[in-house]
Design a protein around this ligand. Sequence first.
Ligand SMILES: [Zn+2]
Length: 656
Amino acid sequence: MCTWTLVRSRQIKEFNERFLQQMLRNMNESIDPCEDFYGYACGKWSENYNDSDSYLDMPGYMEYKYNLQLLRVLKMEQKQGGIYEQLWAYYASCVDLTSPAINEFLHLLEGELQLEWPIFRSNQNATWRNESQFDWLGTLAKLRSYGLNGVFISQDANVRRDNGSHYVLMLAPQSAEATPFNEQSIQDLYLAFGLDKSSAKQLTAKLMQLEWRLGNLTLQSVNSSISSLVEYTLSQLQQRLPQLDWRHYLSNLLLERQPDEQLLLQVHSLNASYLQQLQLILGQSSNETICYYLMFKLIYALNTELPMSSEGDTKSQSMSCVQLLRGHMPLAIHYIYETHNYGKRRQQTDAALQQLQHKLRFEFERLLLENHLQLGKQEQAYVLEELHSLRLKIGNLPPHLTKQQLLEYYKQLQLRPNDFYGNTLQLLQFYNRREQQLLRNKPSVWSSQDYYQLAGVVERSSSPVKIFQNAVLVPQGYLQLPLFDVRLPMLHRHAQFGFILAHELQHAFDLFHIVYDARGNYNATGSEVLQHFDNFISCYSNAHNVPQLQLSESMADLVGLRLAFASYFDHKETVVASEQRPVGKFTAQQLFFINSVQFLCANMQQIGVAAGSQDVEHGMHNERVNRNWPHHEHFASTFNCTVGQAMYQPQTCRLW
Ligand SMILES: [Zn+2]
């Protein structure tokens, strides 16, 4: 052996040793793994990851680490001009904000809306200027550009049911999932705007009544609709649903005009009865109340655009500003991270990840051929086709993206370092314009698989995600320690990223997505496959009382864990002999299970308190792990769990 190889193998040994020690330090061995597996695997995590002002769980830690890396680049390169200058301008305007105030947004919008918000009129006792004439429909349409959605009518750039690559404008009733007004917070806002107590109370009451009536209408439409989906041209829509002036709505909505016949409107559960009642309800409210209603809904929506800041805590405001910027200018952010960080490790990391994905796919194919679900030939072929066409997209940016292309892409923006509110509105409108361009269904600079245009909330997260366009997106920021590194032994690659990838891969076949085929088109074979899930669903629902929303997530967990485990332990070529030796008192299987949940480690005391940090779909980390991991066929034997213990699952459920 030459000296270099010796040095290298010693380095790798040391690296592995360090990783393992870190992993074991997160555990709390005084907890019985058969009583509380999550507590056992993650119980001491918060002692090692203790900056609880910056993060409360492992995903949060990954975001924090990534944000710090981005900030370092921004600071270093801010004088370079070009795209760095734009990014820095937003960041500087955000971080310098001393007391974020939402009414600044409202003032800035008055010009474009040609409107004086009733709250800003100089004499509150006088009648509001627009009381007798208020174009609520046009105002609503214009406010869409700034992120207001789901009020009175919801809309989305959606794809056609039988053509997953053709975008249409979808219109639907008011969203049932929107955050309702909170009476106290509305009243407090009125007071903060300078109104006296009795006026604040009176106006709040009117608003709450309108909210209540619209809420009932929404509920009614959810219960009565047979979730229909029809397509109209504008003139057809106007004929079928004449209650609203759709032409007026669209002319205020679309930033660039499109010939009527080119724009297809997809109408989802929106019918004459809904629109008639909507008109009736609005007709019984004053224009002032309707305008206040829109204003407060806008405030609720724009609230997420303000940086979080607490007195004197500049660090958290700074991190919050980077986080916001990631949602506003994702392509530029991916570019700078690629250039200054990921680019150096892309080749090796991508290859390792593709290899992992390949093994998981192979394993899933094996399950399919075992055919536990008893699928017919056509159904099997349907699943296989989707599996084979699923792409792994690492970092959401076109390959070989140049600085010049990036400047061209963002050329409309004129961000200024001292204009936070103006910057935010510009960026929101910029995003909206990009979304509207999808509706033109014309080829863009990049092929649809080179760059996926995603919502800001998706881009603000580093967690891998399965997107509708049949791809699993892995943001570059997640591909680093402690979650991934090409030097990691295979066991840990499979346990951590193997599980994460397999979970996302399974989302292509979950309760919502199985009905869409490899091209994103609705397919009847998919709903036939869905029928085969019944046994699993009843098995799982018998064992656990979980909301419907969490069922798909649990499926992805159970199958994901199975694939990650089997793709490592069932293959002689992956299993490296040295990795099979026990480490201390832990067997390789035990290490696998322990490591597989550590990407979910959290400071459970604090995360429980922090409102809004709950993941409604996946459930709380500890509940999710303790509910789903024991369903693995080897879990109980690996930890010697026996009947009667909390983690002993008498009836493990199997899907595929
Ligand atoms: Zn999921």
